[in-house]
Ligand binder design. Structure first.
Ligand SMILES: C[S@@+](CC[C@H](N)C(=O)[O-])C[C@H]1O[C@@H](n2cnc3c(N)ncnc32)[C@H](O)[C@@H]1O
Length: 371
């Protein structure tokens, strides 16, 4: 097998795999409970393994599902795994990996179907969409992990994700976008498809400090507006030199799913080679084992200034509007605010305890002096 077909695994790939493992470990059983069919689609599947035998994303998805005892408990639900890889040699490797997995397991369980296609992602997505009426679309988790910006059209994603329980986890190669976004006619067609608009042409010129943010924000907006996802969040992966390697966008309509994926990010401990970053209220938020909740404390004080709100409102806010997860709210955020005398509660039975029904009062913001 050539070097072009199989390569060394990079640190940022391993962490992407950790996120998939953690998240799918929760997603498969949750979706399987309430649906007759669930689809995992890996649209840019790769060769199935890396140079030293590390598993690629298809094997990780299959293993996450099949190695858990709930797989047998969910036999009333059909699980379909679709892997597409357009490169002939990588596809041959992927097929071997999937076949070896099938044989090692004595065949797939009856409720599991595995489809491996040597085609472009869009072709397979169109085939699936063409063969189904809208009402037959199943909850789909699409993992789209392209090398660059080609063949990930917004319109195909919109249609593939039109079922409300579907979710998207997509790699956004900001460096190649930054380089090529306004390179002209040859790439315009790809960018127009990627963004589903020609607005990328308004990006600040190469070298302008606002260019990367513009390209990122436009994509985020399009995922919300065109695909209709309620929750869209990007996670910036930084390399050892502190520069962005890429973004991972996660899109869902479920606040539980959103909380879980952010939880997976917080769990993916940073190494010397990478770390994840997001921001809140203009302050950077680094995903690290000991979360720094100062940005969340400031944001709560600002958002709820002068109000008394139920603890559930605060939990919703943390989940839907910040990089933090629901479990960061009480001990790590409200307790220090209370100890510092910055919040109070009209109905709290015991200080530092915030059971359901607890009301939290935030002081008004100090008036800004004007002269
Ligand atoms: C980043 S690699 C995938 C790695 C894999 N997802 C993993 O995590 O192990 C991207 C793969 O997408 C394939 N690819 C590129 N364009 C494609 C397309 N239009 N349709 C399907 N596969 C494509 C490439 O050949 C390459 O193997």
């Amino acid at each position: 097998m050539s070097k072009e077909a199989i390569w060394d695994i990079a640190a940022h790939t391993s962490v992407k795999h950790d996120l998939l493992r953690t998240y799918l470990g929760a997603w498969f059983p949750i979706l399987g409970k309430f649906n007759r069919r669930v689809v995992f689609m890996d649209g840019f599947a790769g060769p199935g393994r890396y140079l030293n035998g590390e598993p690629g994303s298809p094997a990780i998805a299959l293993g996450t599902f099949l190695d858990h005892n709930y797989a047998a408990n969910l036999s009333g639900t059909e699980y379909i795994f679709v892997f597409t890889e357009n490169h002939a040699e990588r596809f041959a490797s992927l097929e071997q990996v999937v076949e070896a997995e099938r044989v090692a397991r004595g065949g797939w369980p009856e409720h599991v179907k595995v489809i491996v296609e040597n085609k472009n992602f869009t072709e397979v997505a169109e085939d699936i969409l063409g063969s189904l009426g809208h009402k037959d679309l199943a909850p789909t988790f699409a993992f789209l992990d392209p090398f660059g910006y080609k063949d990930v059209p917004m319109d195909v994603i919109r249609r593939l994700m039109s079922y409300s329980k579907s979710e998207l986890f997509i790699y956004f190669d900001i460096n190649s976008l930054n380089r090529f976004a306004t390179a002209g006619q040859q790439v315009d067609v790809h960018f127009e498809a990627l963004y589903g608009t020609t607005e990328f042409k308004n990006a600040p010129a190469a070298g302008d400090p606002g260019r990367q943010q513009f390209l990122h924000d436009l994509y985020e907006r399009q995922l919300k507006n065109v695909c209709g996802f309620k929750h869209v969040r990007s996670f910036e992966m930084l390399g050892a030199n502190g520069k962005a390697i890429n973004y991972l966008f996660f899109c869902t309509n479920s606040s539980v799913g959103f909380d879980r994926m952010k939880g997976a990010m917080w769990k993916a401990a940073p190494s010397g080679d990478f770390r994840f970053r997001d921001s809140l209220g203009g302050q950077p938020v680094l995903f690290q084992p000991e979360p720094d909740t100062a940005p969340l404390q400031s944001q709560l004080l600002e958002t709820f200034a002068g109000k008394t709100v139920d603890i559930s409102t605060l939990a919703d806010f943390v989940v839907t509007s910040t990089p933090y997860v629901s479990s960061h709210l009480k001990t790590r955020t409200l307790v220090p605010l209370q100890l510092a005398g910055k919040i109070s509660s009209p109905n709290q039975r015991r200080p530092k305890q915030f059971p359901p029904g607890t009301q939290v009062t935030f002081p008004s913001l100090p008036a800004i002096a004007t002269d």
